[in-house]
Design a binder for this molecule. Sequence first.
Ligand code: SIN
Ligand code: FE2
Length: 216
Amino acid sequence: MLDLFAEAEPWQEPLAPGATILRRFALSRAAALFDGIDAVTARSPFRHMVTPGGYTMSVAMTNCGELGWATNARGYLYAPNDPLTGQPWPPMPEVFQALCHDAAVAAGYPDFRPDACLINRYAVGAKLSLHQDKDEPDLRAPIVSVSLGLPAVFQFGGLRRNDPLKRLMLEHGDVVVWGGESRLFYHGIQPLKNGEHPVAGAFRYNLTFRQAAYKE
Ligand code: SIN
Ligand code: FE2
């Protein structure tokens, strides 16, 4: 009999050269990923970082892994310690590492070894303006981005800020991987629309895995 509640098999959609969307790839591991977020935020809570220009970001952030991304008065940097607690960022939960590895393999980046995971939390209205991920010294490594909770509109452009944008809805369990030719493509998240997710409530969570140290 057809089971309407069975989880659909993940499927892939090409996005750009070097970039792929792995639809629902994280769905079967979502509960464990939420547990991982809870474990990380118990030690390094979500906070609204202030940009060097004095702008408080609408997205709340934290990190896990050997390095974490944060702002300071001079700019953006990766560092081993959480500036809020003075302690090392919490370790990357096993389920994060395993999911990231499997997604990177599926997208054609089998050698990706992330040392940083930025965790974003979007409340209704929160957005991430168009930007490049360019604080990582080794651009041979891709970015692996996992969406959980409420859906959001992801913008994906090109190397120039005013290149035409693709707009696509990222839903609970979707994973986007970009690297190679599209590693420095501009991207962003449009303001989160109101909604209610059975587990995440009125929030969207995003995990972005990066290699933030240069490796020979
Ligand atoms: C990011 O660009 O770092 C996050 C994108 C997202 O939230 O999907
Ligand atoms: Fe980004």
